[in-house]
Design a protein around this ligand. Structure first.
Ligand code: ADP
Length: 175
């Protein structure tokens, strides 16, 4: 058991991952690894996908980049995909879920349109990320959390903070 847990926050773009991950870090003292930023800074992005208007992630390079920090424990990672991370890295996975109409408005607000908008809303409708998480990790460590309104965010933060506290207590008891 790691002395501090690693948490993955997954979900379709716009479901609130980076907002929640930052709040978890502030509240619990765990360190937020901003994977998108780390990928940019360390040249882990290559090629350009014109349909989605984004760069293609070199997953192996990103994993090498964050491996040492992940092995230390005490990290919060947020990313839309979750199947390419080593299974051993995470103690718990939260998948944020947002109603399609709410998500649609958030993505429009972010400037998404056309196929990029449609595909992301469909990804949420078909619970693609939740299925991916359940297939990639033990289902008992994968939790689905609603993320429609700000009170959802607050209650998610409270639950996760409580979980981290319980984890720390269990570590102390097993020492
Ligand atoms: N539960 C929520 N209630 C209200 N607004 C939210 C909620 N979750 C996210 N948002 C808003 O939606 C937008 C996208 O959130 P963000 O954290 O960037 O999503 P992601 O990292 O999943 O792409 C932000 O403007 C954020 O404030």
């Amino acid at each position: 058991m790691r002395s501090l847990p690693n948490i993955l926050v997954a979900g379709t773009p716009g479901t609130g991952k980076s907002t929640l991950a930052q709040q978890i870090a502030e509240e619990t003292g765990l360190e937020w690894l901003d994977v998108s930023q780390i990928a940019k800074e360390n040249k882990c992005l290559e090629g350009y996908d014109s349909t989605y208007g984004c760069h293609v992630l070199n997953e192996e390079k990103l994993l090498d980049e964050i491996e040492d920090r992940m092995e230390e424990g005490g990290k919060v990672v947020d990313y839309h995909g979750c199947d390419f991370f080593p299974k051993r890295w995470f103690d718990i996975i939260f998948v944020l879920r947002t109603d399609n109409t709410v998500l649609y408005d958030r993505l429009i607000g972010r400037g998404y349109s056309g196929k990029k908008l449609e595909d992301n809303v469909q990804c949420e409708i078909f619970q693609t990320i939740l299925d991916e998480a359940r297939e990639s990790y033990s289902p008992e460590i994968v939790f689905e959390l609603p993320s429609n309104v700000s009170s959802d965010m607050e209650s998610n933060l409270e639950k996760i903070t409580q979980w981290v506290e319980t984890y720390k207590q269990n570590v102390i008891q097993t020492m």
